[in-house]
Write a protein that binds this ligand. Structure first.
Ligand code: SAH
Ligand code: SF4
Ligand code: F3S
Length: 436
């Protein structure tokens, strides 16, 4: 049995894919290990979303090359989005033995087993969903898990590399999703997050019947009443009220929506090819607030996209204040090769200007997050215990229904318990409280 280790970068989709890869290998004579030092095979699952993400991976590969010099038996494979983007170029790196894209993981065992087979497989597929593979979830995993419900993306947002490295959008059979979620419940998991780049365009045709995302969500909520359910990512152009009503009707669907806005300026949104306006975005927010009062709302923001003016930037800050996001992931624009933006628009906002705008966005969001958390002080909230706090052995941490991290003294509780916590204080990042 040859020990392997997978290091994962990028989004949850990659975390989920690494579990599929581990499962494929574990069934083919390889054994997963929890420390890379023990491995004979190192796999690195990579991300291309921003230049920095790729740089981190290249630094890791340089490190692996040094390890290989000391240990010539070591083999290294590059998986994920950089494999599709860079292909042969990666094989030129002294560390790299195999390059395998996100739709080619079934080839991995054969490639690794035979020196004669081609070391590069990066073909994208119109149909692969790995629906029949039960992901391998390591023992050190906590009580939360991720299930991929669709792959790829058909929205050509001008800045984004995902459609090029992940291929066309395709949904997974609802029956296989339900079976996987039920198995997770049996295995003692307490929460599952359904994953897709744009979950609202989930669609499965079975004869006359078409299953939409709202339909899938309802089916899963009913199938596993004791499991908390989350999902990500919702696209503002496709998120309809039907999903919100399903959320309102099922207590086990967490009241949290991640709705990336990217910019508050209509000119920038049009250029980004996001296919919604500031006004229609705000209309979606109003629907959430009406149908799901108290629902947590988070977003993604990009500072300094092509031709973004100071006025566009100000509109983003204004929109943030109007919506009062609970949390946000904030980035400065990074041009990605061959995307619509790279081909059509100059990357013309100077670096220091991007950095300044991003820091203004971050400062504002810190204030909004703090205010959002302060509004929870005094409330009692349901929290799923996920683990021991990083700061103190005496404290546990978990997430509220609305997706906020909460820390509280251990008492007699254990990971996996659903507890009620009275919030007593907070920072911008964390709620603190006591179990009641
Ligand atoms: N499918 C999701 C997001 C996928 S990528 C959606 O549609 O929202 C996650 C986030 O990374 C994006 O929401 C965006 O904010 C950011 N991002 C993507 N490409 C980027 C780029 N080229 N530069 C900076 N940020 C980027
Ligand atoms: Fe990228 Fe847009 Fe697809 Fe999200 S919806 S993955 S931002 S192209
Ligand atoms: Fe995810 Fe990065 Fe690929 S965000 S889909 S791992 S480019």
């Amino acid at each position: 049995m040859i020990p392997f280790y997978i290091e994962t970068y990028g989004c949850q989709m990659n975390v989920s894919d690494s579990e599929v890869v581990a499962s494929l290998l574990a069934g083919s004579g390889y054994v997963p290990c929890s420390r890379w030092e023990e491995a004979r095979i190192l796999l690195i699952n990579t991300c291309s979303i921003r230049e920095n993400a790729e740089k981190r991976v290249m630094n890791r590969l340089d490190h692996f090359a040094r390890l290989k010099k000391k240990n010539p038996q070591l083999r290294v494979g590059v998986l994920g989005c950089m494999a599709t983007r860079l292909k042969e170029q990666l094989l030129e790196h002294p560390a790299v033995d195999w390059v395998v894209g996100p739709d080619s993981y079934r080839h991995l065992p054969a490639m690794m087993g035979s020196p004669a087979s081609a070391p590069l497989q990066t073909q994208l597929s119109l149909t692969e969903t790995y629906a029949d593979i039960t992901p391998y979830r390591g023992r050190e995993q906590t009580v939360t898990s991720f299930v991929t419900i669709m792959r790829g993306c058909d929205n050509l947002c001008a800045y984004c590399i995902v459609p090029y490295v992940r291929g066309r959008e395709r949904s997974r059979d609802p029956q296989s999703i339900q079976a996987e979620v039920e198995a997770l419940q049996k295995d003692g998991f307490k929460e599952v997050t359904l994953l897709g780049q744009n979950v609202n365009s989930y669609r499965w045709k079975a004869g006359e019947e078409t299953v939409s995302f709202a339909g899938l969500l309802e089916r899963i909520a009913l199938a596993v009443p004791n499991l908390r359910i989350r999902f990500t990512t919702s696209h503002p152009k496709d998120m309809q009220d039907d999903v919100l009503h399903v959320m309102a009707n099922h207590h086990n669907i967490c009241k949290q929506i991640h709705l990336p806005v990217q910019s508050g300026s209509n000119a920038v949104l049009a250029k980004m090819n996001r296919k919604y306006t500031r006004e229609t975005y705000l209309d979606r927010i109003r629907s959430i607030r009406t149908i799901l009062p108290g629902c947590g709302i988070s977003t993604d923001l990009i500072a300094g996209f092509c031709a973004e003016t100071e006025e566009d930037h100000r509109l983003t800050l204004e929109l943030m204040k109007e919506v009062r996001f609970d949390q946000a992931f904030m980035f400065q624009y990074s041009q990605r090769p061959n995307t619509l933006a790279a081909r059509h628009y100059p990357d013309d906002v100077p670096e220091e200007e991007k950095t300044r705008r991003l820091s203004e966005i971050i400062a504002l969001q810190n204030r909004l997050s703090l205010e959002s958390n302060r509004a929870d002080v005094g409330k009692t909230m349901e929290v799923l215990v996920e683990g021991t706090s990083k700061r103190s052995e005496e404290d546990l941490f978990g997430r509220t229904d609305t997706g906020k991290v909460c820390v509280f003294p251990k008492g007699t509780n254990r990971v996996g318990d659903l507890v009620h916590v009275r919030i007593t204080s907070c920072t911008a990042a964390t709620l603190k409280g006591d179990i009641v």
